[in-house]
Design a protein around this ligand. Structure first.
Ligand code: PEP
Ligand code: MN
Length: 371
């Protein structure tokens, strides 16, 4: 994947005092009182420079609170005037863009559901042609880097240069403590592809619950992400949307205070040591793959042998024995049991697949697998 994006450096258009950018505000604007009450408290946190609020809310089911709509735009203007915070709002279609621009919203963002649909992104991009406004692009709901990058490119091609990517986690089919799995490798790969594009992290939508926010926010900073966008409500339990993940401005301030901002680049000794360790990992991975390949070769050999001789082997019994034996060795070596089970089951599946290929064509013959 090659990219050629010209991005205006973040600190040239937004003064964050040399610190990571922090955006905060409620998931949804609910009333003028709620917006102003929350904004006033957030404005007292020095690190926060931008106030967020959703006006047009994409909801999973009809009938749920779907935002106050255009009515909330003057409230954001009031936030700007009375607190000095910049404002940002989610836009999901061309009319939202038009309304937000008309009311002087400082930064627009595209939500995860919108980014999942190239038609919607294109309609927003068309409405932005020739406009000079910063745009933030959240990752799509599915773990699809191309789709994320595609949305960024559609906006960029219209002449938008002040851009930020927002990492808000990905829908994942496996059970996880997170509402949206962080899958850090995806934003890291985006950083590698477009190093000049700032990426901020949205711990609220990754976590879905308050108690996990701080660890994800710290992880974001440790991975050299450029900032955070966090949902905050003056009375979170009464929030009309995303109540479980919103925190009070006071808790937000405490959380920001306890975050550790580490040096961006380590010193030479640190870099060298890191490089040394990485080389060792590369070497071990090579060995690991060779051993795996060797194991599969032997599996094939056993498959051939059984195929010729029609030997029966009680596969389940053998497999149960393997699990028990390998788990004992692995856990003794300090490896996690769940990790070992997943790994062994992957190897098992691949062994079966290879033997099936060998036995293929032996219609009527009993399929016996070596694991
Ligand atoms: C939001 O920021 O309130 C929101 C709807 O987020 P996402 O698009 O990431 O689901
Ligand atoms: Mn939300």
């Amino acid at each position: 994947m090659s990219t050629d994006l010209q991005i205006t450096p973040l600190d040239s258009w937004l003064d964050t005092g040399g610190k990571p950018l922090v955006i905060a505000g409620p998931c949804s604007a609910e009333s003028e009182f709620q917006v102003m009450e929350t904004a006033r408290r957030i404005a007292e946190i020095p690190q926060v420079t931008v106030f967020r609020a959703g006006l047009w809310k994409p909801r999973t089911r009809p009938g749920e609170f779907s935002g106050v709509g255009d009515k909330g735009l003057p409230w954001l203007t009031r936030v700007k005037e009375e607190t000095g915070l910049k404002t940002t709002v989610e836009v999901a279609d061309a009319s939202h863009v038009e309304q937000a621009l008309k009311h002087g919203v400082d930064i627009l963002w595209l939500g995860a559901r919108t980014v999942a649909n190239p038609f919607s992104v294109q309609a927003i991009a068309d409405a932005l042609r020739g406009v000079d406004i910063p745009v933030m692009v959240k990752n799509p709901i599915s773990p699809d880097l191309k789709l994320w990058l595609g949305a960024i490119e559609r906006i960029h091609v219209m002449g938008i240069r002040k851009m930020i990517a927002i990492h808000r986690g990905f829908h994942y089919f496996e059970k996880s403590i997170y509402r949206n799995a962080p899958m850090w490798e995806i934003p890291i790969e985006l950083k590698r592809l477009v190093p000049e594009l700032p990426i901020i992290v949205d711990p609220s939508h990754i976590c879905g619950r308050r108690d996990l926010l701080e660890s994800i926010a710290q992880k974001a900073l440790d991975l050299e992400m450029d900032g955070l966008i966090i949902e905050s409500h003056f009375d979170p339990d009464k929030a009309l949307t995303d109540a479980a993940q919103q925190i009070t401005p006071k808790d937000l301030q405490e959380m920001i205070h306890s975050l550790v901002i580490r040096e961006k680049r380590g010193n030479i000794d640190f870099e060298n040591k890191l490089e040394e360790l990485r080389t060792e990992i590369d070497k071990l991975d090579g060995e690991l793959l060779q051993i795996l390949a060797k194991r599969m070769e032997i599996i094939d050999e056993i498959g051939e042998y059984k195929n010729k001789n029609d030997i029966t082997i009680l596969q389940m019994k053998r497999w149960a024995g393997i699990i028990e034996d390998r788990l004992a060795i692995g856990t003794h070596l300090g490896l996690e049991e769940t990790f070992l089970k997943n790994l062994l089951s992957l190897i098992h599946e691949e062994s079966i697949r290879r033997q099936t290929v060998i036995f293929n064509g032996k219609v009527g013959g009993s399929l016996k697998f070596e694991v």
